[in-house]
Design a protein around this ligand. Structure first.
Ligand code: RB5
Length: 162
């Protein structure tokens, strides 16, 4: 993962009201080792909507302002669905450590989604750490699968979902 000017990898983080508290705790802990772009929510507003934070985080990742993104909502599902609508985003909902690093190593996952109503802070920290420490293997078979996945996106964007 490339690094910000201060040598720390830059990570964009966002959450709706369902993920707000967990996001606050993660941000506080992650600041020791990463440059964190906290893209909200800034307070717990029951009427806020997770897609708004998905837009902010995925924009930072696609523009390379951040090298990776972490999204937290109640279950992680809504954020993951919304994030994968953005071209070049490969988001995964991972609540086990194996998937959190394997998703990067094999699938080049660039956004990790978490459900604050499903897991606690300690597991969330382990998941985020595994995700951020992992890197894509670049192996031929994984590249081939990624290219096929990218082709699905390209065809959909061109209006032919075949
Ligand atoms: C918000 O109440 C909740 O629906 C949202 O955070 C998330 O769980 C959606 O998947």
């Amino acid at each position: 993962m490339s690094r910000a000017g201060n040598g720390k990898p830059r990570v964009a983080v966002g959450a709706d009201h369902g993920g707000f508290l967990l996001k606050q705790e993660l941000v506080a802990r992650l600041r020791d080792n990463y440059e964190i772009l906290d893209l909200g929510a800034d307070s717990c507003e029951p009427d806020d909507d997770y897609p708004d934070f998905v837009v902010a985080v995925t924009k930072a990742v696609v523009s390379d302002e951040a090298q990776r993104g972490v999204l937290v909502c109640g279950s992680g599902v809504g954020a993951c669905i919304a994030a994968n609508k953005v071209p070049d985003i490969r988001a995964g909902l991972c609540h086990d450590v194996y998937s959190a690093h394997q998703g990067v190593e094999r699938d080049d996952m660039n956004v990790l989604c978490l459900g604050a109503r499903v897991i606690g802070l300690e597991l969330a920290m382990e998941l985020v750490t595994a995700f951020l420490r992992a890197s894509f293997s670049g192996e031929e078979r994984h590249l081939r699968r990624l290219q096929k996945t990218q082709a699905i996106e390209n065809r959909s964007l061109q209006g032919s979902g075949e």
